[in-house]
Design a protein around this ligand. Sequence first.
Ligand code: FAD
Ligand code: 2HG
Ligand code: ZN
Length: 487
Amino acid sequence: ADKYTYLHRNHNFKELTQDDIRFFASILPASGLIIDNEDDLMPYNVDWMRKYRGKSRLVARPKTTKQVSQILKYCNENKLAVVPQGGNTGLVGGGVPVFDEIIINTNNLNQIRSFDPVAGTLTCDAGCILEVLDNYLAKRGYMMPLDLGAKGSCHIGGNVATNAGGLRLLRYGSLHGSVLGLEVVLPDGTILDNLSTLRKDNTGYDIKQLFIGSEGTLGIITGVSILTPSKPKAVNVAVLGVNSFQNVQNAFVTSKNKLSEILSAFEFWDSNSLKLLKAHNIQGTKFPLEDNYPFYVLVEISGSNKDHDDEKLQNFLEELLTNEIVKDGVVAQDDTQIATLWSLREGIPEACSKAGAVYKYDISIPLSVFYQMVEDIRNRLQSAGVLGEDKLVKDVIGYGHIGDGNLHLNITAKSYDPEITNLIEPYVYEWTEQHNGSISAEHGLGLMKANYLRYSKSPSMISIMKQIKQNIDPNGIMNPYKFLPAQ
Ligand code: FAD
Ligand code: 2HG
Ligand code: ZN
């Protein structure tokens, strides 16, 4: 909202006309189109955080790849700008229009195409909801290689387009490894059929990698092939109270030593996160640890033999207690308790969203300086006199994926306000650059970070990115104003 007022609509893009509407109506049934009805358009024009809001007049919801191809070809020829949209859970303003771009939403591209129960390869439409896919696989002894708090709404195509990381990346790796093939429609309508299910294929450039993390700027992903791991038979979760961030790191090293191949998640949150969870009653039940600790970690193990895993977990916890790395902890006794412990961690973004406004930063930095960033920002806002219950900024909280070196710094505020933004940006980005980090670990650049890319990429890298964009999308219709810095 606040910092983007400098943007102007690019007048090379055409405004929607009655002729255009007639074209869309000739391709899609009435149920696949939303036109000019403010109330119906609203959920597609506004993002999950209610921070970004466009004013598109038209949402197209194609059901087939062919329809996507016809639509994009038409938009390209007529210079109508478009925004690809999946579940609209993105956190950087990438999935909603900035002005009047046409929204191409993948809700109706929702068919599972095939599953090979021997290889564990799944091929599906891009609009399949992550949780729906995971439930489908669970019945067949498999699981999706990624999991995130937004699983009930996000689409696999959106996950691939943002290269989403999530809660188990440390175990199953990134989508750059698990995606085996993609079907993508290019702006000129070409259908790139690369839906391979092969594990190994060294015939030429690996083109699909370009689209993983391209955030809708090169084409629309319509199909995904993905390698799925088998579903572990034994899963266990512990939440531990820790007195210092040094000990969070010590616990992580111990988990790698003692749990090694069965470690499937190592997450963390600070006491301010917990305070927020309690305030908004996201959890619904009492927090399982009695004392207050500055830090909490959630350790998950997944394996195939419960006795073996329980013994390993016991050894791990004993080592932590003996070495005074951890003060107290709880271990889930059943699946319900596992879900309860996970909901503490997964509920944090929702708790933050209750504040009114939330500034989100998604940083990769070395663990040695990981929490120092949160403290520095807190001190900075404190010194500026804007932090406190009845001030502009309510809270500064840190949580995230320790196992991946990925910090989520969230700053809750009364409202989105340029005064706050200017205190945080570009300070956060400079801080990240000075510590050789990345300004986007997993959420992407979107609208929020397009003009800050230079803090993480060199001029020559940005130049190559622009050449690729120019080559594939010469009219620049795909998700304009985002991802790459303005000329
Ligand atoms: P959208 O928000 O609709 O779109 C995101 C971007 O992808 C946009 O730029 C859009 O243009 C583009 N896009 C979408 N679909 C396509 C397509 N088919 N073809 C081309 N481009 C497309 N992210 C993480 O990495 N890890 C997490 O742990 C995590 N947890 C989250 C928890 C919550 C509660 C929320 C709200 C978000 C979380 N996210 C997380 C953010 C994450 O990026 C998204 O949840 C998800 O990957 C986006 O999927 P989506 O379908 O909602 O995409
Ligand atoms: C998570 O790990 C998500 O919970 C969301 O990536 C993080 O909202 C955030 O900042
Ligand atoms: Zn995350």
